[in-house]
Design a protein around this ligand. Structure first.
Ligand SMILES: CC(=O)SCCNC(=O)CCNC(=O)[C@H](O)C(C)(C)COP(=O)(O)OP(=O)(O)OC[C@H]1O[C@@H](n2cnc3c(N)ncnc32)[C@H](O)[C@@H]1OP(=O)(O)O
Ligand SMILES: CC(C)C(=O)C(=O)O
Length: 628
């Protein structure tokens, strides 16, 4: 037994010395794409697709923009043959789409394959045989010369049959000769075979090229090796300008996409693969990932994945396979961040980008995409931004704040309130161990700040109605009178100060024995002429300064800015009182306030860009129960 079992594997052989140029290149245009979902993908399924399902899939491929589609292995069965005939005879194939069929190098199977597609506008005959030493030795028991002879005979037969079919029906035929196991074949032998094919075919021209499909049938080496093999082939094959070099990678080492991308740098003109990587073993190279990788580099792939979830649905239902949540571009979780620092960066990125795009719209500059952690705009693939940020115990303040700003409440919490509410969110996530959905987040917000209808949201104090009016001739002071429900009992309270908030705090001090100062306040203008006010109250105590004592945030919303502020005060007070005993009502003089409110009495807003207060406003009396 080997002491190191890895020693039983042979490393890939070197490519003969040549000057490689691919590492310094870039992909600047889309290759010709061929989907082999209906052939290489289909032959790998537990239950191959019925012809009705294949037809649905074919239509989806056409809708995605494929101009070359491998539709069958016609010699495999009558069903496969009939599928080709149905496509040809029912006019399913758009004029600009070529169908491809595959055949081994066996005369009777070649005949059947050509017959299957005769009558189509453009058909590609995909002739294949495995050419690596292992296959020559084990499967075919052929020498290199016998292998070359088999290929040449088969090519000549394809030429003869297609010439006759073209003469009778006008079908244009293209030869695609595939060296199965190319990547494990001696590079010089691969070039020899290709040159013999060119000679046997005879009339390859730049206008009518022969395709050489260079298959990494089983991915056995790193992607740079495939690129070297491809570039060596491109540099040495005859009539390069009459040849299309096609890449056909599998994903056994998990690097099918990388191999194809490097293969394109190395000279590949065409790519064969399957949507979402279906195919033998670990699959064919995934055409969605390849195309969208290209797209995210500013190169149009000339394939349409603008409704990617629809494509995923079709592939899943046709193949019976499911796309994993983490799958590039197409997975359910690809455009969702749970981690706090990611969410923070995404939120900042989206905000900054919005401003940049607004500026670009004015200056005519390019509106490029640059959002941390999100390499492509999800909307380009038909997704919304709704799931970009999702809340779990791994999230931070920015995540919850972002969700609230995107919610029906559309609230932009002040920074220190974000931190305060984040503590509540984190405790809830820790307790449940689960994601906090948008609905649960809103419910948590409402119960924390006693907003909205319903017992679960009500606080112990409720502002039923209030009046606010100037209390001196110079408009520098005001009085607030209010009907305050305390534990279900109405108390008439009133207070006086230089702002409505301070006057309400004065009233609370005098009537309910609650002493607070304002640490922060902000106003946000909402849609439909409403305002949200955010107020942080701190306990007034002889022992601590306002800055050092404990604080409570509150939020209030109203069409009236003063009402929003007073509600925010009561919301914060509700947060502070908990189950603390409150003093019984005092008998007070019930004032009747009839004067107008003058907004100039209010303190200047700390919220940047806050709206001006309404001028003058009569007898503000609003039900305290919020409308949301
Ligand atoms: C890498 C790829 O994906 S290639 C495509 C593979 N796809 C398929 O095989 C699906 C469809 N295949 C089929 O329906 C059948 O295999 C058929 C109809 C093509 C042939 O069936 P059979 O005649 O029963 O042959 P079988 O399936 O056992 O294939 C093995 C024979 O084919 C030969 N063979 C394999 N590949 C090729 C080829 N490309 N060219 C010529 N002969 C080949 C083998 O050497 C072997 O011949 P032998 O029996 O003389 O040793
Ligand atoms: C025959 C070729 C095209 C193939 O499917 C492969 O090598 O994987």
């Amino acid at each position: 037994m080997l002491s190191d079992p890895s020693q039983k594997y042979l490393p890939y052989p070197d490519v003969p010395p040549f000057t490689r140029t691919w590492p310094a290149k870039r992909v600047t245009k889309a290759p010709i794409w061929l989907s082999t979902c209906l052939r290489d993908g289909n032959q790998a399924l537990v239950n191959p697709m019925s012809n009705a399902v294949k037809l649905d899939f074919f239509r989806t491929l056409v809708a995605c923009g494929f101009k070359e589609i491998e539709v069958a292995y016609p010699a495999a069965s009558d069903a496969e043959f009939n599928f080709c005939r149905t496509l040809v005879e029912t006019g399913e194939i758009p004029d600009d789409v070529a169908i491809q069929v595959i055949t081994p190098c066996r005369a009777e199977l070649i005949e059947r394959s050509v017959a299957a597609v005769t009558g189509a506008k453009h058909a590609i005959i995909h002739l294949y045989n495995a050419v690596s030493p292992l296959f020559r030795d084990v499967v075919f028991r052929n020498s290199p010369d016998e292998t070359a002879d088999l290929v040449v005979r088969s090519v000549k037969l394809v030429k003869k049959l297609t010439a006759a079919a073209r003469a009778s029906t006008g079908t244009k035929f293209t030869l695609n000769y595939c060296m199965e196991t190319f990547s494990q074949t001696e590079p010089e032998f691969a070039v020899r075979l290709a040159n013999e094919v060119l000679e046997a075919w005879g009339d390859a021209t730049p206008e009518s090229k022969v395709i050489f499909n260079l298959a990494a049938t089983v991915e056995c080496a790193p992607p740079n090796h495939y690129a070297d093999m491809v570039e060596y082939f491109c540099q040495n094959v005859n009539q390069r300008d009459s040849v299309l070099v096609s890449l056909h990678a599998h994903n056994d080492r998990g690097t099918g996409v990388a191999a194809t991308e490097l293969g394109l740098l190395a000279g590949g003109d065409r790519v064969e693969g399957c949507l979402l990587g279906n195919g033998e073993r670990t699959g064919n190279v995934d055409l969605v990932t390849l195309a969208l990788n290209m797209y995210s580099q500013g190169v149009s792939p000339r394939l349409d994945f603008s409704n990617l979830s629809e494509v995923v649905k079709v592939v899943e239902s046709c193949t019976g396979l499911s796309v994993p949540d983490r799958y590039p571009y197409a997975g359910q979780l690809v455009f969702s961040a749970f981690a706090g620092t990611h969410q923070d960066a995404i939120r900042k990125g989206l905000e900054k980008q919005e401003k940049r795009h607004a500026r670009a719209a004015e200056t005519g500059e390019k509106k490029y995409w640059a959002v941390p952690y999100i390499p492509v705009d999800p909307q380009d693939l038909g997704y919304s931004y709704d799931n970009l940020i999702r809340i779990s115990s791994q999230s931070g303040k920015a995540g919850a704040a972002h969700l609230l700003s995107q919610s029906s409440l559309a609230l932009e919490l002040p920074r220190s309130m974000q931190t305060a509410f984040y503590g509540v969110v984190q405790a809830a996530c820790d307790a449940s161990g689960k994601e906090l959905t948008m609905e649960s987040l809103l419910s948590l917000f409402r119960s924390t700040y006693h907003l909205g209808r319903g017992v679960e949201f009500n606080g112990r104090l409720r502002l039923d109605s209030f009046e606010c009016f100037p209390s001196n001739a110079r408009y520098t002071r005001c009085r607030v009178g209010a009907d305050l429900l305390v534990d279900g009992h109405v108390r008439r309270i009133d207070g006086e100060a230089d702002t409505p908030i301070a006057a309400l705090l004065d009233a609370l001090d005098r009537h309910v024995n609650l002493r607070f100062g304002v640490r922060e306040q902000h106003v946000q203008e909402l849609r439909s002429h409403r305002f949200a006010a955010f107020v942080e109250l701190a306990e007034h105590s002889p022992q601590a300064t306002l800055a050092k004592s404990r604080g409570w945030w509150g939020v209030g919303m109203s069409a009236d800015v003063t009402a929003a502020k007073l509600r925010a005060v009561i919301s914060a007070v509700n947060g502070s009182v908990g189950s603390k005993a409150l003093p019984p009502p005092k008998l007070v003089f019930r004032a009747r306030f009839e004067a107008a409110v003058d907004a100039r009495l209010d303190t200047p807003d700390m919220h940047a860009g806050a709206p001006p207060e309404p001028l003058p406003q009569t007898h503000v009396s609003t039900p305290v129960v919020s409308q949301f």
